[in-house]
Design a protein around this ligand. Structure first.
Ligand code: HEC
Ligand code: HEC
Ligand code: HEC
Ligand code: HEC
Ligand code: HEC
Length: 447
């Protein structure tokens, strides 16, 4: 019994460590039907027919089309897809199987229900690249503003903005990858060739400039194209150390340990001339330590700083946001300080809803404040991304500075659901995400 306890504890720890993007989940096979794109024009009656069934459960919402302007005519399924003919069974409540069944028939269902914690509609924590594996129809259902599907949901009216948004640094991260690739000797070019973009199906894509850059444009830094980062396993180590090479005659039966190529401590045996006899792996590139460390690093940085192609990490105050157009235009409660979030400060910083829609549970993190687009985007919404250096650090405008990654931050990242403006001490503790401790209000002013 007593010997089992540590094991049981380990199992709990593992279970907690499994995040939304746990690659372990097998996809559920689904026959998704792609809903027609939202039309540029339609009559109010046509639009209403595409909302009827949805509104039998979503009886109220903040703005039916998300848009402020009532002249925009859209039904729910124009943006989200799904089946507006399904109605809530009369008198059924959320806990009833009949309700649940109607929900499942009207909604578009995910390939990865565990990853999304379906049927919960809250953005899950740490979904990382889950969007790339999910069906575009489901992505459109949960966020029609995602760049993989925005052409279908918004393209009839906003195509140039979609194209500009996809090519923006906030989607491609070209600056981080360009700088990191050159500075670490991955690529010999100062002019960037790498950039992040995906197809509708979530496959890495090359963005080609529709205008061939003239000499003048080249001088201004305009690029002809940017290409997705190749998979890290395919890139041989660029490092100059011989241990990263493959050996010759002397192949030990033991796999070399990370950082300790000669783990038995035996005398070096002579190998063929010119071959290293201490090595990081007996097998090919991408095994053991035979990896291109800087390439793996910039690949992972993308997951620390998911850009417009992905959801925010949705873990704690300062992390709540959606992807694509919604990343900026749909406001989440992230910051209780009026100087940072203006009129949204009163909604707290726990990413909770204040919608009129009765189906959305209160007091749960990972929801936009309202079903509404805004042009009055508060700084706090930009700061979800702009709070550390690969995303152009702009906390300096708040009067805060970089966290040095080394100072003790045990007390940071505590979550409180209070909507009161933070005290000076509270501000310090809420400004720092657990894993990405980058910026702390007053951290250095104190010391
Ligand atoms: C039978 C009731 C019911 C019907 C019909 C229904 N919904 Fe829902 N919907 C819900 C409930 C309940 C939730 C919230 C689930 C939760 O978070 O627990 C929800 C959540 C959602 C979400 C958030 C999903 C996510 O994972 O982010 C969207 C979008 C949505 N509904 C759109 C629609 C549309 C569009 C229709 C019509 C095609 C529709 N709903 C029809 C009950 C319904
Ligand atoms: C212009 C396109 C558009 C239309 C039309 C639209 N929505 Fe949405 N809706 C969105 C976007 C974008 C989001 C995602 C916002 C986010 O995740 O930040 C969303 C989110 C939602 C959510 C999840 C909210 C939450 O708190 O998690 C629900 C529920 C929903 N929509 C229901 C509806 C219903 C019901 C209708 C019709 C009355 C409708 N939507 C019409 C674009 C639209
Ligand atoms: C049927 C055409 C149409 C579709 C489809 C459409 N929009 Fe719009 N959108 C408009 C118009 C028109 C305006 C400008 C309204 C104004 O100037 O008052 C607008 C304005 C906006 C604004 C500015 C804020 C506001 O409410 O005025 C945002 C943000 C926006 N749209 C995002 C989106 C996104 C994201 C989608 C897809 C999920 C989308 N729109 C789909 C027509 C559309
Ligand atoms: C990085 C943040 C960000 C993203 C991502 C973003 N926008 Fe915007 N958008 C803004 C800002 C800021 C404004 C200007 C608001 C203002 O001052 O009027 C704006 C303005 C707009 C307007 C109003 C334009 C006008 O002429 O008044 C529309 C429409 C719009 N955005 C649609 C979109 C759509 C569609 C997408 C996704 C393809 C998108 N935006 C993505 C930040 C963003
Ligand atoms: C989804 C994350 C994200 C959000 C949200 C976001 N940004 Fe950015 N932004 C970035 C990244 C990433 C870069 C470029 C850094 C790089 O290339 O390494 C960037 C670059 C910029 C730049 C310089 C380059 C350019 O494209 O002009 C400006 C200006 C900027 N952001 C302003 C804003 C504003 C204003 C908002 C809020 C309305 C905002 N950002 C919201 C991630 C984001």
């Amino acid at each position: 019994m007593t010997r089992r306890l540590p094991l049981a504890l380990a199992a709990i720890a593992l279970a907690l460590a499994v995040r939304a993007d746990s690659g372990a989940e097998k996809p559920v096979a689904r026959a998704h039907v792609t809903h027609a794109p939202a039309p540029e024009r339609q009559t109010p009656g046509e639009a209403r027919a595409k909302s009827d069934g949805c509104m039998s459960c979503h009886t109220a919402t903040d703005r039916h089309t998300m848009h402020q302007n009532p002249a925009v005519q859209l039904g729910c399924t124009d943006c989200h897809g799904g089946d507006a003919a399904v109605e809530k069974p009369r008198g059924a409540e959320r806990k009833d199987p009949a309700y649940e069944e109607a929900l499942a028939r009207s909604h578009v269902l995910p390939r990865y229900p565990l990853g999304w914690k379906w049927p919960s509609s809250a953005n899950p924590e740490g979904s990382y690249t889950l969007l790339n594996r999910e069906a575009p129809e489901y992505i459109r259902f949960i966020n029609p503003g995602d760049l993989r599907v925005a052409r279908e949901a918004c393209g009839a009216c906003h195509l140039p903005i979609i194209q500009a948004s996809e090519r923006s640094l906030m989607s491609t991260s070209a600056m981080l990858w360009g700088g990191a690739a050159y500075n670490n000797g991955i690529l010999p070019y100062k002019r960037y060739i790498l950039g992040e973009a995906y197809t509708r199906e979530g496959i890495g894509a090359t963005l080609v400039n529709p205008v061939k850059p003239t000499d003048f444009l080249v001088a201004k830094g305009i690029l002809p194209s940017v290409t997705a980062l190749p998979a890290w396993e395919t890139i041989p180590p660029a490092d100059v150390f011989r241990v990263f090479e493959r050996g010759g005659r002397v192949i030990s039966s033991l796999f070399p340990e990370i950082g300790l190529p000669n783990n038995t401590g035996i005398l070096q045996r002579l190998d063929e001339p010119g071959r290293p006899d201490l090595k990081q792996s007996n097998r090919g590139p991408g095994t053991g330590s035979r990896i291109a460390v800087p390439v793996i690093n910039i690949t992972k940085t993308r997951l620390n700083d998911p850009h417009l192609w992905f959801l925010g990490t949705n873990e704690q105050p300062g992390d709540y946001r959606s992807s694509g157009c919604s990343a900026c235009h749909t406001v989440y409660a992230n910051d209780r300080d009026e100087k940072h979030s203006g009129v949204y400060a009163k909604y707290g910083h726990a990413g909770e809803t204040a919608t009129k829609d009765p189906t959305i549970p209160r007091g749960r993190s990972g929801h936009p404040i309202r079903h509404e687009f805004t042009r009055a985007i508060p700084s706090s919404q930009c700061m979800v991304c702009h709070m550390h250096q690969p995303n152009v650090f702009v906390n300096s405008y708040y009067g805060t500075i970089m966290w040095d990654y080394e100072s003790d931050a045990r007390t940071c990242g505590r979550r409180s659901r209070s909507t009161r403006a933070p005290t000076r001490r509270g501000r310090f503790s809420s400004a720092i995400p657990r894993r990405r401790r980058s910026a702390a209000s007053g951290a250095t002013r104190n010391s």
